[in-house]
Design a protein. Structure first.
Length: 506
């Protein structure tokens, strides 16, 4: 690698000596590869079109054959062949300020270099649409070779660590991130058209609330103040509803100091949506409409293939309570246990389910049974309704069922994709629940929430009945791009430093 770099450094010096960079200031392309391929699709073999075009991109392959050479140039839209003819290029030597124009481009330009060219369209005798180059400009000399085009980046870890190489050699990766960008803009456009207003909330917060998660801690030097990176946007968006905004949302980054897996990254993207005068039934309809509409816009249909399974996002989606689903999959009816934790534990053990030590209530045991026995089976979109109050400190008590709250989570291909409540607006109830959370935190539960006194004060000012919804953007992108890991859809996921990997031998 060092020897190849030295050779390219010498070529960079040679380019500079002939007035060709090696690092250009600008270039004005008149066309892109995909548009040219489409516009000149009917150009017959062996014929030329005299209209001059200019294009810029990266050279990804090259073949030199005596007085002819063929380079493949890639821009953001696709690829096109460059047809390099010694007679043609050397006729334009004056404009290039050198008499050996063909020799320079074939000897000094490597795969990986960025160049700009002017020329005319030509379809070769073999049917390849090409630009017959009249002039060229070096825009940026690449000092390191590209990965082998046949083997690409076989090291998956390197794809994530050096995403720029992945994007160069992997068209599917570029397509994934283009889809992600379109998906995010489509969600915003859909919400804006429904009169939701996006208002930004703080990333640095004095209290990390709105979710059960361990926060990242930082410090403001001037104020000598400990701060947390936000784990949710919920509590500030609710403050906006208290202030009179009836439909608000924010789409942005969330930070949670948690483990890394195919479903989890410590820095991820979510959209949280709040609508006054609504409840969790309204949020179900909103979720169906939003996600199905975006899917159809991005994919052309509500039916998609994910990891060889057909998924249909066309509404309506299945709705079932957590109790119903657990009973379907395990045969255990948790409603029979009342508050009898021992009987619930015994029933779980009889079905081969694990009973964690922290599960000190029937509600927590119900949730454990759901996570172990049900989640992975929910392939088609399913709203799981009515969660135990113990694990839902920000959701309103169920209007009919004791010990439960009006909450749903949306599961698709076994993954939680959305979470929603009829929001808890009673300040007395909310404070009692957050005090219980804070007690858990003080006893060592690092994911428990703290009491946010200002948020309670906002509720005491008065918050209207409200429905709230959070959607995991990364997991939705995974679904629509058939990506098995969250790291495939985050351009720069958090990774262990390479020096640590070498030190541990991993």
């Amino acid at each position: 690698m060092s020897e190849l770099r030295d050779i390219r450094l010498e070529k960079a010096k040679a380019l500079k000596s002939i007035g060709q960079g090696p690092y250009g200031l600008n270039f004005r392309p008149s066309a892109v590869a995909a548009a040219l391929q489409e516009e000149y699709a009917d150009l017959p073999n062996g014929e030329e079109n005299k209209k001059e075009v200019s294009i810029a991109g990266r050279i990804i392959s090259r073949r030199v054959m005596g007085k002819l050479a063929f380079f493949t140039l890639a821009d953001e839209t696709g690829t096109i062949q460059l047809y390099l003819e010694k007679a043609t290029l050397n006729q334009t030597a004056d404009s290039q300020k050198h008499e050996n124009n063909f020799g320079n481009i074939t000897s000094l330009v490597d795969a990986g270099d960025w160049i700009g060219v002017n020329g005319i369209l030509k379809r070769t005798d073999r049917g390849e649409l090409s630009i017959k180059v009249c002039e060229w400009s070096m825009l940026s000399k690449s000092l390191q070779p590209l990965p082998d085009k046949w083997h690409g980046l076989a090291d998956v870890e390197k794809r994530y660590r050096q995403r720029y190489l992945d994007l160069i050699v992997n068209p599917q990766s570029r397509k994934t991130f283009r889809t992600r960008a379109l998906l995010v803009s489509s969600i915003r456009r859909w919400l804006d058209e429904k009169d939701f207003l996006e208002i930004e909330t703080p990333v640095l917060q004095s209290e990390a609330g709105g979710a059960d998660a361990r926060p990242f801690i930082t410090h403001h030097n001037t104020l000598d103040l400990p701060l947390f990176l936000r784990i949710a946007t919920e509590l500030h968006l609710k403050r906006l509803v208290v202030g009179g905004f009836q439909r608000v949302y924010e789409l942005g980054r969330i930070f949670r100091n948690e483990g890394i897996s195919t479903r989890h990254n410590p820095e991820f993207t979510s959209v949280e949506i709040y609508e006054a005068f609504a409840d969790y039934f309204d949020m179900m309809e909103l979720t169906e409409q939003l996600l199905s509409s975006v899917c159809e816009k991005i994919c052309g249909s509500t039916k998609i293939i994910y990891q060889k399974q057909e998924i249909d996002l066309k509404p309506p989606w299945r709705r079932a309570t957590m109790h119903q689903l657990v009973q379907e999959c395990t045969g255990i009816d948790f409603e029979l246990f009342g508050d009898n934790v021992d009987d619930a534990k015994a029933a779980m053990l009889s079905k081969g389910l694990q009973v964690p030590d922290k599960s000190d209530s029937v509600g927590r045991l119900l949730n454990e049974a759901f996570e172990q026995a049900v989640e992975s089976k929910l392939v088609q979109p399913t709203f799981v309704l009515d969660y135990p109050i113990e694990i839902s400190p920000l959701a309103r008590k169920h209007r009919n069922k004791k010990g439960l709250v009006e909450r749903f989570e949306l599961f698709i291909v076994g993954r939680e994709t959305a979470n929603a409540f009829s929001e808890l607006i009673d300040p007395i109830d909310q404070k009692e629940r957050l005090l219980l959370q804070q007690a858990k935190k003080e006893s060592g539960d690092l994911e428990a929430q703290s009491l946010d006194e200002d948020f309670i004060n906002a509720l005491e000012v008065g918050m209207p009945p409200t429905g709230g919804l959070g959607i995991g953007i990364d997991r939705f992108v995974m679904l629509l791009t058939d990506s098995p890991s969250i790291r495939d859809v985050i351009a720069f996921p958090l990774l262990r430093p390479e020096s640590n990997l070498k030190h541990t031998g991993k």
